[in-house]
Design a binder for this molecule. Structure first.
Ligand code: PNS
Length: 161
């Protein structure tokens, strides 16, 4: 049973993330989406909200599950019997950071592999931070995040404004 971990901040999950999840679920037996608990960074959504939102969005995929994690990703992977992580690559701009991070993870646990999946072209410009900016400034986020979470983002932005 090959379990792949797809880690990230997912604040919020975008259509680009969902595309990677869907495609990974066809490659691996199980995909575990790992939502990082980062005490240094205050997000738009709380960690529990992000986990709930992602659970709702991945409901159609039987082999996808969602958990939050603290601390090192390699420890979370070991605890969940996984030695493969998936990362999406949008452009060369992502490459430098991803290379450094994958080498650090390899140093921390040589048994772990990072598998990179190229983002589908229609999502290559998407990021959670640009989507938050658009939402805060009153722009339309349809097509950028899964339809079923548009109202969650709108409500959250309204509650903060
Ligand atoms: O969606 P993001 O913010 O690009 O995801 C980054 C993430 C969560 C994959 C990365 O920050 C991470 O793995 N953090 C956990 C801490 C860790 O293991 N650090 C060691 C590698 S530098």
């Amino acid at each position: 049973m090959k379990v792949a971990v797809y880690p990230g901040s997912f604040d919020p999950i975008t259509n680009g993330h969902l595309d990677i999840i869907k495609r990974s679920s066809r490659v691996f037996d199980k995909v575990l989406v790992g939502v990082l608990v980062n005490p240094d960074k205050k997000g738009l959504f709380t960690i529990d909200e992000r986990v709930d939102i992602i659970k709702r969005v991945v409901l159609p995929y039987d082999n996808v599950s969602v958990k939050s994690f603290n601390g090192l990703l390699v420890d979370f992977m070991r605890e969940n019997n996984s030695n493969v992580m998936i990362r999406g690559l949008r452009s060369v701009a992502d490459f430098e950071y991803e290379l450094q991070t994958s080498l650090m993870n390899k140093k921390l646990d040589p048994g772990i592999e990072t598998v990179f999946m190229m983002t589908s072209s229609e999502f290559s410009f998407l990021s959670s931070s640009s989507i938050k900016q658009v939402a805060f400034l009153g722009g339309c986020i349809k097509g950028l995040v899964p339809d079923e979470i548009i109202s969650d983002v709108a409500k959250k932005v309204k509650s903060i404004k």
